[in-house]
Ligand binder design. Sequence first.
Ligand code: ADP
Length: 668
Amino acid sequence: MKHLKKMNRSKKASVKTALLLALCLMMLFVTACGNGGGSEAPAAPAETGDALYTPGTYTAKAMGNYGDVEVSVTFSETEIVSVEIGEHIETPAIAEPVFTRFPAEIVAGQTLAIDMISGATNTSRAVLEAVEDCVRQAGGDVAALKVASERQASTETIEKTVDVVVVGGGGAGVAAAVSAAEQGASVVLIEKAAALGGNTMRSGGVYNAYDPGRQGAVEMTSVLMQQLDEILALTPSEHGDFADVITRLQAQIAEYKAGDTSKLFDSPELHAYHIYVGGKRTDLQGNDIVSKVELAEILANDALAGIEWLESYGLEWTDDISTVLGALWPRTHSNVKPLGTGYVGTLAEAAQEMGVEIMTDTKGMELLTENGRVTGVKAQQSNGTTVMLHATSGVVMATGGYGANPEMRAEYNTYWPEMPLAMPTTNTNDATGDGIVMGLGVGASLEGMGFVQLMPSSHPETGALSGGVWGSAEEQMFVNKEGKRFVNEYSGRDVLAAAALVQEDALFFIIGDQNTSGNPQLGGTNIWGDSIDTLIETKSIFKADTLEDLAEQLEMDPAVLVAEVEKYNGYIEAQNDPEFGKKSFGAKIENAPFYATPRSPSVHHTMGGLEIDELGRVLNESGSPIAGLYAAGEVAGGVHAGNRLGGNALTDIIVFGRLAGASAASQR
Ligand code: ADP
């Protein structure tokens, strides 16, 4: 894959730049972006004594995660003028923050003192090593560039007054910005990274919604019917605030059962019920947590409208319905764009058309208040420029979670027996809980902070979701290093992660065949754009024509794996798993080639955050709204309680981002 990106020194934090970056991010997955970048012949060495470099463009390579990453650097006599990323086979979604930020930071700071990006350290190191090589070729002083630059900090202050300020440019932030602009509000969105996207951009891109149209084609199964029967047997009054949801749901199920039951049943009430059962947890201190019913119902009721809203801005959806891991019911939707690019790209473009000002490289530092009302945000750019943003209607906090803040994770954790600081994460390293800290500064109440969701099936080294092959949750079979199943693979994510953590080396393998592994094709890619061939070469996945051979590659007893797969296939045939109670099954694992993807848990979604009400207003410790402050997305708590369903994060950011943006704008 060819990927090129160029940043030059005149970069300004402006909407143009932000859009270019957003577009580049979108294009990362499909084509080259930026300067076409053929190498120029270096010019003759500089003759003046002040020259730092021999001007020209130099190219070098260094080993990344999967192979060489090529970099071209252009120098003038005194400056690094541009850095371009060339050929590489890194995972696009993981490498993207490195490829976006490193060129910008190296050029802006004239420095090689750049922090590695967690989850992408090998790619980070490769880019830095290759740039160092180019600096050496140009006769520059690598050691001097590695000393953290002590540039003169800017003393400039930018001051702006608008109706709504949005802090954070992931999915929730861009949704809030568009929604506020739709109401006629003037909007500024600030993003601390060099590009929009956050974790949304690197997510799997799947979205849960009750959708009678697309779900109308899905067959009902006896196993799913059994789950409906279990709901009919519930006593609603034993389920607290969800009693009313369950009563309504029971009436719907009874009506459904009286008619044609050949096609799938679903409703917003069933989705809300799944949020409730999926999120209900008890922590190590015996405290119970359940979702706020009004928030669960908003998510479930408005999910389909969110799809239609995105469609109205041009995002195309497929008709496929699946059950992403931990989603509990077939209501998972996909759009035609890779990963989360469709959400961020579509809404960033809409925001620009509506006149939203997007300021990247602008980090929200603290909330401004007047007489107890939040009136704006003080922010800072990396060159030291202060940005004072005054919001006459409201500030929407959309800074994402704290998955990349190990200290915050450990400080609040009340759920996992251990929360090692070194546990890898699927998150970008910008997910540091800034919005939570800013909210605390104005007296916000926090909800659910003890609960962090671990992604059970992450790459054992990078912590990333990518780098493997598998099908829908029903189709996945997990085995440990001995080749033995150890869990119901259709369980919630925390059940899966807890089960995985107690296996040897916290390691397991997702076993599948050609039909149950997402149909990988040699020479093709998985959904993250990883080349299947490269994944095999780098042992990120294993492929074999027989299960015996697969077992040998995995260094397990072939007889054990073969017997285990046979037993599991028998459970599929009987639609009954007496060992682990799996209830939803896919096809048998029997068609060569067979695949195994090694996996281990990593930190994924942080459940806790600013407590919000049904208008997206942030509440204080006494339960009253803090005037002028709204929150949406992962920074907010209370929606998913102790465990978020797979596929509900993107629904959350779209539904609550829209809601918070409109609420803030309504105060004009
Ligand atoms: P969500 O899914 O809730 O939208 P994301 O992780 O996708 O969360 O997006 C959150 C965005 O907020 C990220 O792009 C992150 O860089 C940005 N962000 C985090 N902290 C700040 C801050 N202090 N100021 C501005 N942007 C921030």
